[in-house]
Ligand binder design. Structure first.
Ligand code: SF4
Length: 370
C-alpha cells in the first residue's frame, strides 16, 4: 500500500467566529428571518440561492443585496462553518479537504472521481456527520476517538460546497454519508442536510444520488422510512451472525441482526429503494466462504445489494483480505443469487476511508499555520 500523502497546509481565509452559521437555515427559515429583520420574502430566497447554489464565501459575495443589508448580515451571521486548514490529492485523483470548525473540531471530507458503468464522469463526495463517533466499531479509526459532537446541517453540506468552490468546473455528482460519525445518531441534521442538498434552489442534487449509511440504529431506520426521501440506505453489516458482528460492532448488542435486517427490508418495501449492505472484508475474521453462505441466507431476497469493501488497514489488529479471496467471496454470493460488487479502493495514498483521514492527520501532527 502506498504511504499517505502529507497534508498541505492552507493559509486561513478568515478568523473563526461563533456567530450563527447561515448555512444551517433552510429556505423557509431564511425567509422568516428576513421578515423579522423587516425585509421582503424574496430576499430570503435570494440569499438561499447565494449560499446553496452559488456557494458565496462571504456576505460581500451577495452582490444582489444592498450594501447596507450585507453589512447588517455580516454582523449577525457567518457563512463558512470553518476554515480550510489542509488539502491533498492522491495519485488516482481523489481529493481531500480538512476543515477546522469554529469550535476547533477538525472534519475531513474526500471527493472520489470515478467513471460509471455507462461511461459517465462521477465525483462522489464522502461527508462526515459527526466529529468522532460513539459507535466504537473495532476496525475503525474514528470509533477509537469517541464522539465529540454532531455536526450541524451547514457543517455537513459545506463539505460538498467546499469542493465546488475549489474547482467550480468539477461539480460533485453524488454524496455519500459515510465519513466520520454515525449519520443516524445525528438524525435531524442528517435529514436536514439531505433536504438542503436536494433543494431545487440549491445544488438540486437528485436524492437518488445520495446514500446515507448506518451501523444499524433500528428506530432511526424506521423513522427514515417515513421521511418521503428517495435516498439509498446503506447498512454497515460486516458480519453474517450476531456473535461475530457484536465483536466488531458493539451496536449489534442493542439491535441484533434479525431486527436490523427486518428494519432494512421494511425500509426497502416502503420506499421501493434497494438497500445496500456494506461488508468490509477482514482477513481471517469475516471473509471465509461459510460467512458468504450465511450472509446469503440472512439477506432479504429482493431489493438487496452487497458492497464488499477492501479493508484499508489503520492498525495491526486487522488485515485486508487478498484480492483473489475477495473475488471468491463475491462469486459465492453471486452464485447464491445475491447482487454483489467489490468496491474499488480509491484514495488509499491519502487514507481515504471512513474515519481514517482525521486519524492520519493527527498522527502527522498537521496544524493550521494560523
Ligand atoms: S465504522 Fe462508522 S459507525 Fe462504526 S465507529 Fe466508524 S464512523 Fe462510527
Amino acid at each position: 500500500m502506498t504511504q499517505p500523502l502529507p497534508m498541505l497546509p492552507v493559509a486561513p481565509t478568515r478568523p473563526a467566529s461563533t456567530l450563527p452559521c447561515a448555512l444551517d437555515y433552510d429556505e423557509q427559515a431564511l425567509v422568516a428571518t428576513f421578515a423579522m429583520l423587516g425585509h421582503p420574502a424574496y430576499r430570503g430566497r435570494q440569499v438561499f440561492r447565494d449560499l446553496h447554489q452559488r456557494h458565496v464565501a462571504s456576505w460581500e459575495g451577495c452582490t444582489n443585496l444592498p450594501r447596507e443589508l450585507r453589512a447588517q448580515l455580516a454582523e449577525r451571521y457567518r457563512i463558512l462553518p470553518g476554515e480550510l486548514v489542509g488539502q491533498a490529492i492522491s495519485q488516482d485523483g481523489t481529493r481531500k479537504r480538512l476543515v477546522r470548525l469554529a469550535d476547533g473540531q477538525d472534519i475531513e471530507t474526500v471527493a472520489i472521481p470515478a467513471i460509471s458503468p455507462a461511461g459517465a464522469h462521477r465525483l462522489s463526495v464522502c461527508v462526515s456527520t459527526q466529529a468522532g463517533c460513539a459507535m466504537a466499531c473495532t476496525f475503525c479509526a474514528t470509533g477509537r476517538m469517541g464522539l465529540a459532537r454532531g455536526l450541524t446541517p451547514g457543517e455537513i453540506v459545506d463539505q460538498v460546497y467546499g469542493f465546488e468552490r475549489d474547482a467550480p468546473s468539477e461539480r460533485p455528482t453524488h454524496v455519500v454519508f459515510m465519513g466520520m460519525g454515525e449519520p443516524l445518531h445525528n438524525y435531524a441534521a442528517t435529514v436536514a442536510a439531505v433536504r438542503l442538498l436536494s433543494h431545487a434552489n440549491g445544488v438540486n442534487l437528485s436524492q437518488r444520488r445520495i446514500t446515507v449509511s448506518t451501523s444499524g440504529l433500528v428506530p432511526q431506520i424506521e423513522q427514515l422510512a417515513g421521511e418521503g426521501l428517495e435516498i439509498t440506505l446503506a447498512i454497515s453489516l460486516h458480519a453474517p451472525d450476531d456473535t461475530l458482528r457484536a465483536s466488531l460492532m458493539p451496536i449489534n448488542r442493542r439491535y441484533p441482526l434479525a431486527e436490523l435486517i427486518a428494519a432494512a427490508a421494511a425500509y426497502a418495501h416502503k420506499t421501493g429503494r434497494r438497500v445496500s449492505y456494506e461488508y468490509v472484508l477482514l482477513r481471517d475474521v469475516n471473509d471465509a466462504l461459510h460467512h458468504a453462505d450465511r450472509l446469503a441466507t440472512i439477506l432479504p431476497p429482493k431489493l438487496s445489494h452487497v458492497n464488499l469493501i477492501p479493508y484499508n488497514a489503520t492498525d495491526a489488529s486487522y488485515r485486508p483480505t487478498p484480492p483473489n479471496a475477495a473475488r471468491a467471496f463475491r462469486d459465492r454470493l453471486l452464485g447464491a443469487g445475491v447482487s454483489t460488487t467489490i468496491r474499488a479502493s480509491r484514495g488509499r495514498d491519502i487514507a481515504a476511508a471512513c474515519g481514517q483521514l482525521k486519524a492520519e492527520n493527527r498522527r502527522q501532527g498537521t496544524r493550521s499555520p494560523g
